[in-house]
Write a protein that binds this ligand. Structure first.
Ligand code: PFF
Length: 450
């Protein structure tokens, strides 16, 4: 009896921890603006199809590799086949690129929390508020340095457990609040056109770029192709069903993203008539939410609560990203923990600078037509992560063979969709990833219009 309860806790524990890593700014901040930008319903449809095919297969693969080897990314690939160790290194590189710009967004969230707690919610609802803030120099820098500073201190003193404990309470509240605000948001006059835009696929808006954006978002949101799920898998007990866990994590993560989109996208139609949707960008959440809160009596308090919860979601993510980089520095270069934390902090301060200033004084500089923040986002989510995913498919499909993953999954129970898994990993996923990646990169370089 006691043992049974123990294993039950283990199952729930794994799903909660992995879902905790998966749900973050990706769901609340990134998904809604991409959905707005890439055609609403068509983006949602492509995302959902990818989640139950690509996402399912890749998450199964990563967790199984981790559990099979008991190691994190670099060690796991090395143990299974030395020639593929570089894939582990590529995975380790992703958090390094993401962390600085993640901190910039984390800084924006912190600023908005401060704005709402000091009763300036009304000012934040003004059209120019966000632009005025991000086009400044000192202020945005201050906020992201504060965010990464707090993250580094938490990691240095090893108090992640404390933050995780708090966030275990905060996360469900965030989900409930998101749900509540989305219901409120779609009842606003004029929201219905936005709801239709968000849920009705319009095939005119379809392109390879839509698929690449949805694929990048999938990796980002589900913490795939960045070594995170391999590490989580390495802590997973053998009697836990990988397939069931993946299903639960996916449903949870996609559910939160869907409602975050429903909270924000229709509101854009309410407040600006849904004009220039393809121009929407990283500021969308910050521009739209204060306007919603402004229409609610006591919206200031609600806004403060919301941004506090989002801040926790962002902190848990930045902490696990920092932890990944810090432990890499410690293992690889035998550096002390203090020095490793300091290096990560300084690195983020430095590399966060272009992402922060790219919305203001450096907004005239663009790489591939993108500002710095979007560029780092593009390189990690739309280039490196798809390459890692492609190599993972090749590695499993043709080197260690899908059967080794299937066997690992079957230790913890039946593997119902193993045929889907095998076909995805061996044929469909690698071919599609390459086609989408090549066409979109050619498009980004202006070589080919798609
Ligand atoms: N999956 C997280 C999100 O959607 O916000 C992002 C993330 C969290 C990436 C934690 C990496 C990580 F270690």
């Amino acid at each position: 009896m006691g043992e049974k309860r123990g294993s039950f806790t283990g199952k729930i524990g794994f799903v909660l921890a992995a879902a905790g890593s998966a749900v973050g700014l990706g769901n609340i901040w990134r998904f809604p603006y991409l959905a707005a930008k890439y055609g609403g319903g068509i983006f949602l449809l492509v995302y959902l199809i990818l989640a139950v095919t690509f996402g399912f297969a890749l998450m199964i693969a990563e967790i199984a590799i981790g559990r099979k080897t008991g190691l994190s990314a670099i060690g796991a690939f090395k143990k299974l086949d030395k020639r593929f160790t570089f894939v582990g290194y590529l995975e380790a590189l992703v958090p390094v690129i993401i962390l600085p710009y993640y901190s910039v967004i984390g800084g924006w969230v912190t600023k908005y929390l401060a704005v709402f707690t000091t009763g300036q919610g009304k000012a934040a609802a003004e059209d120019s508020f966000f632009d005025d803030f991000v086009s400044g120099i000192g202020e945005p820098i201050f906020w992201y340095c504060l965010f990464i500073g707090v993250t580094a201190i938490v990691v240095l003193f090893g108090v992640q457990k404390g933050v995780e404990k708090v966030s275990k309470i905060m996360m469900p509240v965030l989900v409930v609040l998101t749900l509540g605000i989305s219901i409120y948001s779609i009842t606003l006059p004029g929201a219905w056109d936005g709801v239709l835009y968000y849920i009705t696929p319009n095939f005119k808006n379809f392109s390879a770029t839509t698929v690449l954006a949805a694929m990048g978002q999938l990796f980002y949101s589900m913490s795939l192709s960045m070594g995170i799920m391999i590490t989580y898998g390495s802590y997973m007990k053998k009697d836990v069903s990988i397939e069931k866990s993946v299903k639960q994590i996916e449903i949870f993560d996609t559910g939160v993203a869907f409602f975050a989109g429903l909270m924000i996208v229709p509101a854009v139609f309410v407040f600006s008539g849904g004009k220039d949707m393809d121009q929407k960008g990283a500021g969308l959440m910050f521009e739209t939410l204060p306007k919603i809160f402004d229409t609610i009596p006591g919206g200031s308090v609600l806004g403060a609560a919301f941004f506090l919860l989002v801040l926790f979601a962002a902190l848990t993510s930045s902490i696990s990203l920092t932890e990944t980089v810090v432990s890499f520095l410690q293992d690889k270069f035998k550096l002390g923990r203090k020095l490793s934390c300091l290096i990560v902090f300084l690195f983020c301060m430095l590399l966060g600078l272009p992402s922060s200033l790219g919305h203001g004084v450096w907004s005239h500089i663009s790489i591939l037509g993108l500002n710095f923040l979007d560029f780092f986002d593009f390189i990690s989510n739309s280039v490196i992560m798809p390459i890692v995913a492609f190599l993972t498919c090749i590695f499993i499909g043709y080197i260690i063979k899908p059967k080794s993953v299937v066997d690992e999954v079957e230790i913890g129970g039946a593997f119902k969709r193993k045929t889907l898994f095998t076909v995805m990993i061996k044929y469909i996923a690698p071919v599609c990833i390459i086609l989408i990646l090549v066409s979109s990169v050619l498009d980004a370089l202006g070589i080919m219009k798609i």
